[in-house]
Design a binder for this molecule. Structure first.
Ligand SMILES: Cc1ncc(COP(=O)(O)O)c(C=O)c1O
Length: 443
């Protein structure tokens, strides 16, 4: 590790200088998460095209992190560049609080892909979740929500809860919570249907909010029948089901919702939809939309300061970007090839794990895969959390960066975009074999 850290420092003098002179930035970075980076300082960013990022020191890196999914469409694809230029330059108008023609096109396309009837736009997936939680509490008259332990849905107060010895407790590190989230939220482990039924039986949960597979604590896949069981448990207790597709969109053009034939009452998504231009969206079933409208008729305020909405949300730039990405970049036909590359990536990692008989595993969901230091792959968020090894993650991350391969610094996630090639995957394989070989040999 010390050798890799020294090499990182020696290869990145300009990145280091940028970090050191950023005296007016809180934490020396534009956003404090950028400090979750092995090596003591983050790579300074210069430019990015397709699947390649160029850092401030001129190194080109094959980017499997893709902005932790924000750039799943690849960096600056031509259709996005054209749409943004047209919107900002030729026609003008980034934000007006007026509807543009792109909005209905994007909403109809999201309906086609995910099946939900009505759509509204936000600036992030966090906001999509946040506003939707208000709407589900509004229509059900129930105060609580339920999430799975160690799930992540953005910086949404109600979701920072984990299960510890059968009790809901605030997630370690939760910053400045206004109220103990155990009072707003019920929590069980992913894949624990019995626990879910027990918690929903209280009759005070407005909605279950879940990803179809957890993706923020490694990838924790649903066991056979689990997601159907979640739907049934919701139906039996009058609880709504919200599916968060922000990361699981990697599963196909209609995300895991279409792939697994899910029937959510509402769906949230963000990040990659606009190719990195800030945007998010939530979809409502026709029935849920009608229930919200009924509540509005009774005085709930969704057109002004009632707690749902934002000045820049649904702006024409976001919508032009989403239309370009959905219409011309992340189209139905690109997901198959992206998934094939992810499968090749996973097979390669798997063969190295087998060769060295390591207690590691790799999980895949469509175009996304992630290695984890546990075998077999964990089936709950709690188990996956316990398999984390920060030092090992840092070593593999730095080892890759030092040789031109970028894996997500938050976890060992690798995502394919339409510009990713077999050569990129092979380059990762060479690096991974070498990194693990040296690790095992104690080099
Ligand atoms: C599943 C899921 N939902 C929501 C979010 C929030 O996205 P954002 O930070 O872009 O608001 C994330 C972020 O990682 C996520 O993984």
């Amino acid at each position: 590790m010390a050798r890799e850290a020294a090499r990182y420092e020696a290869q990145h003098p300009r990145s280091r200088a940028l970090f050191e002179r950023s005296n007016h930035l809180f934490g020396r970075v534009p956003m404090t998460w950028m400090n979750k980076w092995a090596g003591g300082f983050p790579l300074g960013f210069d430019s990015a095209h397709g699947a390649i990022v160029t850092d401030l020191d001129g190194h080109e890196l094959i980017d499997f992190a893709l902005g932790d999914t924000g750039a799943m469409a690849g960096h600056s694809p031509a259709a996005l560049v054209a749409a943004v230029n047209e919107r900002i330059g030729a026609r003008g108008g980034v934000t007006t609080m007026l509807p543009s023609e792109d909005a209905e096109w994007v909403a109809a396309e999201l309906s086609r892909r995910f099946g939900l009837a009505q759509w509204s736009f936000t600036l992030s997936a966090t906001d999509a979740n946040r506003w939707l939680l208000r709407l589900v509490r509004l229509v059900t008259g129930r105060a609580k929500i339920l999430v799975f332990s160690y799930s992540y849905h953005g910086t949404v107060d109600e979701t920072f809860v984990v299960a510890e010895n059968g009790r809901a407790v605030s997630r370690p590190g939760n910053v400045g919570a206004a109220v103990d989230p155990a009072t707003t939220t019920r929590v069980v482990e992913f894949n624990d249907l019995e626990g879910l039924r027990r918690e929903l039986a209280h009759g005070d949960v407005a909605a279950v909010l879940t990803e179809p597979a957890l993706t923020n604590i490694g990838i924790v896949l649903p066991e056979p029948g689990f997601l159907e069981g979640v739907r049934a448990a919701c139906d039996e207790t009058g609880t709504l089901l919200i599916i968060d597709e922000t990361h699981t969109f990697s599963a196909g053009p209609g995300g895991a919702t279409r792939r697994f034939n899910l029937r959510p009452d509402a769906l949230t998504i963000g990040k990659s939809l606009g190719g990195g231009v800030p945007c998010g969206a939530y979809g409502l079933s026709g029935d849920l939309a009608a229930r919200v409208h009924a509540a509005v008729a009774n005085g709930a305020d969704i057109v002004d300061v009632g707690g749902v909405g934002g000045t820049l949300a649904g702006n024409p730039l976001s919508l032009a970007a989403m239309r370009a990405v959905l219409g011309q970049v992340l189209t139905d036909d690109v997901f198959g090839p992206m998934e094939m590359l992810a499968s090749a990536f996973a097979q390669g990692v798997h063969s190295v794990i087998d060769e060295h008989d390591l207690d590691w595993s790799i999980s895949q969901l469509g175009a996304r895969c992630e290695y984890r230091f546990a075998k077999p792959a964990p089936t709950s968020g709690g188990a996956s959390m316990r398999s984390a090894d920060a030092l090992l993650e840092d070593y593999l991350h730095l080892y890759g960066v030092n040789r031109g391969i970028l894996i997500t610094p938050f976890h060992n996630m690798a995502l394919m975009c339409p510009a990713t090639t077999r050569e990129h995957v092979d380059a990762h394989q060479v690096m991974f074999e070498q990194a693990v070989g040296e690790l095992v040999a104690g080099a």
